[in-house]
Design a protein around this ligand. Structure first.
Ligand SMILES: [Zn+2]
Length: 318
């Protein structure tokens, strides 16, 4: 009998990554294509269909297709509600793909941050755990919560918008959401840039003045001890510590995982301060229960492949 395999697809603003993986998370095949969302949804769906059908034709034992997408997703109905960087609004991607595949396959669609959280449970740092928080630190700040092995879900699929919880709604830095002082304006790529720009006049000696400030430059200069870059990282670490304290007090997780590109790039620079701030702002029992760790899975498509097993395991346990 053929080995059980699942196809994972991560659809991002610039690229679509496909993997074919087994239940152990071993990747049997992988492929990446440009998303080219400007060519329209039909073109994107046609290219996804072509790739998935190639996997279906070449491999036996494929049990499902898992898809991770940016923005809120109605997972029960397989609908991408709003993926701004793809230009998608209310796209019924599961139904659209369903009839195009060479063979009927269960299709699961989920928000990419939730996919990151699920991937950690099957193949990453949260293996064997049923209560944990996953924070995705990238250009922005997102999150997902697993409680008693169930993903926390809200009424309109927009739960855990932790990036837009405010530290200072009156005098804080303005955020694109219309609010002020949102966590995302301190702990994210956007936040590092905004902080470095806001305080640049106070650090005339900073090497960040030499060129346009980028997230990469802030990180590089922080490694070199630049005071303006360190100021931005310090602010980010404090904001992250508060976010972790809130998560510890609200959800009582056994683990808070930090995922996303920026988390991996700056964990060593912010971890110890974030932990101190978290300790100062959470209840001792909640702090003691919650380990802080870096997410392991860097392959978002593998997380999407894990989504198939997560959903099928969940259905089997009902
Ligand atoms: Zn905001």
């Amino acid at each position: 009998m053929a080995e059980d395999l699942s196809i994972g697809l991560d659809i991002g603003g610039t690229k679509m990554a496909f993997v074919l993986a087994d239940r152990g998370g071993n990747v049997h095949a992988a492929r990446t294509l440009p998303t080219n969302s400007h060519q329209g949804i039909d073109d994107t769906l046609a290219r996804i269909t072509r790739e998935v059908n190639l996997f279906i034709e070449a491999h036996r034992g494929i049990r499902g297709l898992g898809i991770g997408l940016p923005g809120p997703v109605d997972a029960a109905r397989g609908i991408a509600l709003k993926a701004a960087n793809l230009g998608w609004e209310h796209v019924a991607i599961r139904d659209a793909l369903c009839w195009r595949l060479a063979k009927p396959l269960p299709i699961y669609v989920e928000n990419d941050v939730s996919v990151g959280a699920i991937g950690e449970q099957l193949f990453g740092s949260a293996q064997g755990l049923g209560n944990y928080v996953y924070l995705a630190i990238g250009t922005g700040l997102g999150g997902a919560v697993m409680l008693n092995n169930q993903l926390l879900r809200g009424a309109t699929h927009a739960e855990m918008e932790i990036g837009h919880i405010s530290l200072d709604p009156v005098a804080g830095r303005p955020c694109a959401c219309g609010g002020r002082g949102c966590l995302e304006m301190s702990i994210s790529g956007k936040g590092l840039l905004a902080s470095a720009r806001e305080f640049r006049a106070e650090y005339p000696e900073s090497r960040l003045h030499a060129a346009p400030i980028t997230t990469r430059a802030v990180l590089r200069q922080a490694e070199a001890g630049d005071p303006l870059a360190l100021h931005a990282l310090d602010e980010a670490a404090a904001a992250l510590g508060i976010a972790c304290a809130w998560c510890a007090n609200l959800f009582n997780p056994e683990l808070i995982l930090l995922g996303g590109g920026l988390a991996h790039a700056c964990y060593h620079l912010i971890e110890s301060k974030a932990r101190r701030v978290m300790a100062a702002h959470s209840l001792k029992m909640n702090f003691d229960a919650a380990r802080l760790a870096l997410a392991q899975l860097k392959d978002a498509a593998l997380g999407a492949a894990a989504l198939v097993w997560y959903q099928q395991n969940t259905e089997a346990s009902l």
